[in-house]
Design a protein around this ligand. Structure first.
Ligand code: SF4
Length: 287
């Protein structure tokens, strides 16, 4: 069996602020990969832009750091090219729910077979803490000293309405819970969203470790039925006292690569391209 250390690239160390919640996500992901005994050579980790987006440098899996908001189209392409790989995309809330919002919705409705980890810290940490789309109305940040005037986005509610087949939320300060959640997301055949409460110790002093330790409870402790859409919506919208973490909703449905006729003969990455002649196509369309 592999251990979390077996997924570490030893050529450098994360440059996150001491205490950053990204360390919890990194550890949770490595623990999940070791629980599933994944071969690092069969894993691709794809990120966008943001503090967490440098993570692929510190894993010894395949890795791609892409553009702001764009990890999902690239991760979807990787999975379509070789759907024998385990494909994991890693974003922050600004990356995923701001500039990447369109890709987020389309990847979910297509059921792209990708696990999506989103570190949700309510700010754009890399660019000095501007309020992100998940900052609640009135939240003070360096860009909103009088409180943000905009209501926040609820990513889990959007996931429900976008036909996401696995919807979960974790907390970067609860590693046993988070690593189990990530392992379940990776095992799920289809798109799995794991939104993760991720304290930004530099720019958001309100939503720290103590806040989430006090406020969160595990959905598994209240016998939540993960196949019941109404129950999932109730848990997503109920913001009264405590914040639920765990799996909100899960269903099995056809995944993106299974619906594409061109992949019926197996992954593109394994096809023999020696004897392919595309001259006839060029001749047909050349002027
Ligand atoms: Fe982490 Fe915030 Fe520092 Fe970025 S700015 S590394 S999110 S603590």
């Amino acid at each position: 069996m592999r251990t979390p250390k077996d997924y570490t690239d030893n050529t450098g160390k994360p440059n996150w602020c001491p205490g950053c919640g990204n360390f919890g996500i990194e550890a949770g992901l490595k623990m999940a990969m070791s629980k599933l005994n994944l071969d690092p050579d069969n894993v691709a980790l794809v990120s966008g832009i943001g503090c967490g987006a440098n993570a692929p440098y510190w894993f010894n899996t395949y890795g791609l750091v892409t553009l702001h908001g764009r990890p999902l189209p690239v991760a979807t392409g990787v999975k379509l090219g070789n759907h024998e790989l385990t494909v994991i995309a890693w974003s922050g809330d600004g990356d995923a729910y701001g500039i990447g919002m369109g890709h987020f919705i389309h990847a979910m409705r297509r059921n792209a077979n990708v696990t999506y980890l989103v570190g949700n810290n309510t700010v754009y940490g890399l660019t000095k803490g501007q309020a992100s789309p998940t900052a609640e109305k009135g939240q003070i940040s360096p860009s909103t000293p009088f409180g943000t005037p905009d209501p926040n986005i609820d990513p889990l509610a959007l996931a429900m309405s976008s036909k996401c087949s696995f919807i979960a939320r974790g907390f970067a300060g609860n590693l046993p819970h988070l690593s189990n959640l990530i392992a379940e997301g990776i095992k799920h055949k289809g798109f799995s969203l794991i939104d993760i409460y991720q304290p930004c110790v530099a720019w958001d002093k309100t939503h720290g470790y103590a806040y989430y330790q006090e406020k969160t409870f595990d959905l598994a402790t209240v016998n939540h039925d993960v196949t019941n859409k109404q129950a999932a919506l109730k848990m997503i919208f109920d913001k009264s006292e405590k914040l639920p973490i765990g799996i909100f909703y899960k269903e099995e449905r056809e995944v993106y690569e299974d619906e594409q006729p061109q992949f019926k003969r197996g992954p593109l990455a394994h096809r023999d391209i020696e004897n392919i002649n595309i001259k006839a196509i060029f001749d047909q369309y050349s002027f």
